[in-house]
Design a binder for this molecule. Structure first.
Ligand code: AMX
Length: 465
């Protein structure tokens, strides 16, 4: 259906346009993501309003005492539009599985992997974007990538023994000097307009993250002489790879895949939930995302990719290259008996092999089939699950995303394992910020679940002491 839209004067962002009449045939031809959202937001607001009016008091589940002590597993307590995680099937981004995204999302010229720009468009709008829409997004991000000088100075002054994730989160926090949302809030903007500023901040932040991340990498592991200029004709992952100092086209393809698959895993995981929670206090996207990064930096969450490489390196050292099944089994049992987890295995929701693991395995089978470390990862895939099952307590013995990513990065020369979670963080911005835009568009309130003391809970359930 043809639609006649009167573009209003932009209130946020750098590109203030005059009031102009724009003829738009359908949304698939609109290359400005904000224009698409401007059309979609009122429709979604209406949908949610009507749904809540009709079903607002309908019960969706029960809460047990164990759930309260058990990390709130299984409690349906959040609404996240961007993706849903099925325990058996894995993640679906706006309804699309990873193989479907690999097939449907636009690729770079000559490339096979999806561009993360396309995934972001999908997460924000629910629509698979066209090539032109993705190209426009690449350009938009490239044009927003500059860092303020105080953040560059800050990054250059960090001691090299400060973990890259701490540097990353601190720099993102300091970037909030650029927040258009914080400024608009201070100026008394109407709450109906919050999402527009959250959108602008999110776009700016996503654009700047690779520059921050690459600066950390260069400072810590290379000569620290800057990351070079952004090429506005290149995609986000290409520019990021170049800034990191990697120009192998296969590495760039890996980055496109990596930054796509690590982006989102519905709303309850630590990083996504944290960004949502902090954002609900109307903290700006820089502060909210930095908080999420601090959660991602935990070893049970995003730091697991670093932990996996430490685990593999330790195994290689202790076994002296003697990777017989028996020796490896012994090593796994030793790890478990010393009270440690096998990193890269298990999941709070998933109950099968993580499709994010599977697609990295397929990438490796194509690009590095003979790599020694890849073979070790494959051998562990065979050996770890039966052992974890034998413990009788691990609910999901299968590998997650982090079991695989490190060995591929090693193969291309990125051997600095304590840096890996930063890559995860760059990607995680796509999902968490797409959600944050919708949180404000839907006017979700400050988050405040009820907590109880053990005593209160005992009274509530009528427990005899
Ligand atoms: N190795 C050893 N023990 C494990 C285990 C593993 N990989 N996974 C689970 N367990 C243990 C738990 O520690 C728990 O032990 P406890 O009863 O003595 O406390 C028991 O099995 C039951 O746990 P669960 O219900 O199966 O898992 P969970 O939902 O509590 O935790 C997770 C999920 C991911 C934290 C856990 O599987 C784990 O620690 N895995 C290793 C770390 C890892 O790979 N994290 C990355 C996850 C993906 C991501 O967020 N990036």
């Amino acid at each position: 259906m043809a639609l006649f839209r009167l573009a209003t004067t932009r209130v946020a962002g750098t590109h203030l346009s005059p009031v102009t009449a724009v003829f738009v045939r359908n949304l698939s031809e609109v290359t400005d993501l904000r224009d698409v959202l401007t059309k979609k937001v009122p429709q979604e607001q209406e949908k949610v309003k009507n749904f809540r009016k009709q079903y607002g008091n309908t019960k969706v589940g029960e809460v047990t005492v164990d759930m309260m002590y058990g990390g709130m597993r299984g409690i349906k307590g959040l609404v996240t539009e961007t993706s849903v995680l099925d325990p058996d099937e894995g993640i679906r981004f706006r309804g699309y599985s990873i193989p479907e995204c690999q097939k449907l999302l636009p690729k770079a010229a000559g490339g096979n992997e999806p561009l993360p720009e396309g995934l972001f468009w999908l997460l924000v709008t629910g629509d698979v974007p066209s090539d032109n829409q993705v190209k426009a997004l690449s350009k938009d991000w490239a044009n927003r990538a500059d860092l303020p000088s105080h953040v560059v100075t800050m990054l250059n002054n960090f001691p090299t023994n400060l973990h890259p994730m701490s540097q990353f989160s601190a720099a993102v926090t300091a970037l909030n000097s650029e927040s258009k949302y914080a400024k608009a809030y201070a100026d008394g903007v109407h709450k109906a307009k919050y999402w527009e500023y959250i959108y602008e901040d999110s776009m700016d932040l996503i654009a700047k993250l690779p520059v921050v991340a690459a600066t950390i990498y260069r400072n810590m592991f290379r000569d620290g002489k800057g990351v070079g200029a952004i090429d506005t004709n290149k995609d986000w992952s290409h520019n990021f790879s170049t800034m990191l100092g990697y120009d192998n086209p296969d590495f760039i393809e890996l980055m496109r895949l990596y930054l796509t698959i690590h982006s989102d895993h519905e709303g309850g995981n630590v990083s996504a939930h944290t960004v949502h929670l902090v954002g609900s206090a109307l903290s700006d996207p820089y502060l909210s995302f930095a908080a999420g990064l601090n959660g991602l930096a935990g070893p049970l969450h995003g730091l697991a990719n670093q932990e996996v490489l430490i685990f593999l390196t330790k195994a290689a050292k202790e076994l002296g290259g003697d990777f017989t099944d028996d020796k490896l089994k012994e090593f796994i049992w030793k790890t478990l008996k010393s009270g440690q987890v096998v990193p890269g295995y298990g999941h709070a929701v998933l109950r099968k092999t993580d499709p994010r693991y599977t697609c990295q395995r397929e990438f490796s089978q194509k690009h590095l089939p003979d790599d020694k470390m890849f073979k070790l990862v494959s051998q562990l895939y065979k050996l770890v699950p039966p052992i974890l099952m034998e413990t009788g307590k691990v609910k999901n013995p299968w590998p997650n995303v982090d079991a695989h990513s490190g060995v591929i990065l090693q193969y291309y020369g990125m051997k600095e394992m304590n840096y890996y979670t930063v890559l995860f963080g760059v990607s995680r911005a796509l999902g968490t910020l797409a959600s944050l835009i919708w949180d404000r568009a839907l006017g979700l309130p400050i988050e405040r679940p009820k907590s109880m003391s053990t005593e209160g809970l005992q009274k509530l359930v009528g427990a005899t002491k």
